[in-house]
Design a binder for this molecule. Structure first.
Ligand SMILES: Cc1cc2nc3c(=O)[nH]c(=O)nc-3n(C[C@H](O)[C@H](O)[C@H](O)COP(=O)(O)OP(=O)(O)OC[C@H]3O[C@@H](n4cnc5c(N)ncnc54)[C@H](O)[C@@H]3O)c2cc1C
Length: 544
């Protein structure tokens, strides 16, 4: 068995996976002067930050995983890691979300709240007033509490409650949180389409809308100053920027390999063994960007993990409603929505939601998921090339549509292999009902991706759960992924977590990696060159 390190080097930390959280963490640790090596099974680093060139049509680029990146340019790591200097650029289109109803009416969310309010008023003046009231009331809550909380290791729940109870904003947050998003929407808004839009919009963040404890999620999204953005050059351009910073500070990366196990020496995580038998050691420890089952059950020797922890890892749950079916198109021209006839602004809408008009559809979607059936079509997507022509040849376009579908189709995820082409055609047909120019001569190429494809490409997204674990079952904050591993440290000495299975959860936020880096720097007593918020101080300072 080989015992040498890669290129005979020694490392301080080995990082498992090169998802964006792992990359953010690696960049911070590398800037601390620590020697880091990240390992990934994929051939290309970046995980959910992926952009691929169409193998059949050169020059067309598609983003098979994440595309809508929320508030990236406002993230502390975007600034700290000088991503603008590394060439990363984002746009935040003004008509941020447009929900086109089957009858052609549209409900619009703009970066300018007054325009959003005007759009709501076309459906219900009362709801427009309610929107404005919640935006005004929740803006300080978002800025003073929710953003700093996401950017910090989570507090122990009773301590958090105690601190929040001291301020007016904190008490209001606790009060609204006690509701479920479903309760919140039915209590505060009256129009069927607005209720449907708000629930769906919130569902994009994948909180279970029936869960008490998440009533703040919708007003927080509405009041959040930063909206959906896209990365110029495709989502992979963000990964390239992070990698540029890591490389500049001496961090290393190896891809296209299989990790056999995490090595335990003298009771500590001390490195990894690859499937080839090569062993790579690290003085400081190992940071896993993978899910709890991969980390604790597949990669650690059984006797290195206490039985209780193995049970907790085995019980980690995934989202029923998160898996997506995707239809990607290479186009001769952008989708032209018939609704744009009376609303020219729709030609520049960023996220477009189709097929949604009634509040009850939410229940139909949930029911279909519970039965393993494909729900009635409700889909959302974008035409990236409207905002970034570099993703297609001159004058040409790409577009995609996503739909929430069950992972286990009629009881078996393998059924997707038989069903996917048929379903892709059906989804294109539904799309055409809104954009009739999507016919055979404008659609130059198309392909589909299913929840099974997601899991096979990114196995940490078990059951196609793109959020790497649900928020129910108390899998949030201090208890994410499970009690005892919720502050990025784990019950195994020298082993840390940094992926979407940790606080604040999945999606492209980079904050799991950002927070984990602060915890590791504190444990090593290395000088922190950045200034993360100290959440106790921040919550104490909220005006009472
Ligand atoms: C179809 C789809 C659409 C999405 N759209 C959006 C969106 O618009 N906006 C948004 O914010 N989020 C979106 N997401 C979710 C987002 O991509 C994820 O939540 C996010 O990428 C999770 O980041 P991460 O850092 O945990 O790691 P990931 O990005 O999941 O990366 C994990 C890495 O670990 C590697 N890995 C896995 N298993 C192993 C192993 N055994 N050994 C070695 N390496 C391993 C993988 O190859 C991968 O590189 C989408 C996801 C999907 C699938």
């Amino acid at each position: 068995m080989k015992r040498s390190n890669a290129m005979n080097e020694t490392f301080d930390f080995i990082i498992l996976g090169t998802g964006h959280n792992a990359l953010v963490l690696q960049a911070y640790l590398s800037r601390c002067g620590l020697r880091t090596l990240a390992l990934d099974r994929a051939d290309v680093p970046g995980g959910g930050l992926s952009t691929i060139e169409n193998p059949r049509l050169s020059g067309f680029h598609h983003n098979p995983h994440s595309f809508f990146h929320r508030a990236i340019t406002a993230m502390p790591w975007y600034r700290d890691l000088e991503l603008a200097r590394h060439g990363v650029r984002y746009v935040e289109p003004e008509l941020n979300v447009a929900m086109i109803l089957p009858d052609g009416r549209t409900l619009e969310w703009w970066t300018d709240v007054e325009k959003t309010e005007a759009s709501f008023a076309e459906f219900s003046k009362k709801d427009a007033r309610s929107l404005r009231r919640w935006v005004d009331e929740f803006r300080p809550i978002v800025e003073q509490i929710l953003i700093p909380e996401a950017q910090s290791p989570p507090l122990e729940p009773s301590r958090r409650r105690e601190l929040l109870s001291r301020s007016k904003s904190g008490r209001r947050l606790l009060e609204v949180s006690a509701l479920s998003p479903l309760d919140f929407v039915t209590r505060e808004f009256e129009h069927d389409a607005i209720r449907a839009g708000l629930l769906f919009f919130n569902g994009l963040r994948e909180v279970d809308l029936r869960l008490k404890g998440f009533g703040h999620a919708i007003p927080a999204l509405l009041a959040s100053p930063a909206k959906a953005q896209m990365c110029i050059g495709g989502s992979a351009a963000l990964a390239r920027g992070l990698i540029a910073d890591i490389t500049e500070h001496g961090g290393q990366m190896r891809c296209g390999l299989e990790i056999r196990q995490i090595l335990i020496r003298a009771g500590r995580a001390a490195g990894v063994e690859l499937a080839t038998g090569e062993q790579i050691t690290a003085h400081g420890g190992v940071v896993s960007g993978l899910n709890p089952q991969q980390t604790f059950l597949q990669l650690l020797p059984t006797d290195a993990v206490p039985g209780r922890v193995r049970e907790q890892a085995a019980q980690f749950r995934y989202n029923l409603l998160a898996p997506l079916f995707a239809l990607h198109l290479a186009l001769d021209e952008p989708p032209r929505y018939s609704a744009a006839g009376g609303r020219p602004e729709l030609a520049n809408a960023f996220m477009v939601i189709l097929g949604l008009e009634r509040f009850q559809q939410f229940h139909e979607v949930v029911r279909a998921h519970e039965c393993g059936e494909i729900p009635p079509p409700v889909a959302w997507g974008a035409c990236p090339t409207l905002f970034d022509p570099s993703q297609a040849p001159p004058g040409k376009h790409t577009a995609f549509l996503w739909e929430k579908v069950p992972y286990s189709l009629r009881g078996d995820p393998l059924n997707w292999e038989k069903e996917k082409q048929v379903h892709g055609r059906a989804l294109l047909e539904s799309w055409r009902q809104y954009a009739s120019n999507l016919h055979d001569s404008t659609v130059l190429d198309r392909f589909v991706l299913t929840p099974l494809d997601t899991e096979q490409t990114l196995p940490n997204m078990a059951m196609g759960d793109l959020l790497v674990g649900s928020f129910d079952g108390n899998q949030i904050g201090y208890n994410r992924p499970f009690a005892g591993a919720g502050r990025y440290r784990t019950p195994v000495n020298g082993l840390y977590l940094c992926g979407g299975a940790t606080h604040p959860g999945g999606n492209i936020t980079g904050l799991c990696g950002y927070n984990a880096a602060a915890v590791i720097a504190a444990d090593l007593a290395v000088k922190q060159w950045w200034n993360p918020p100290i959440i106790e101080d921040v919550l104490t300072a909220v005006p009472s």
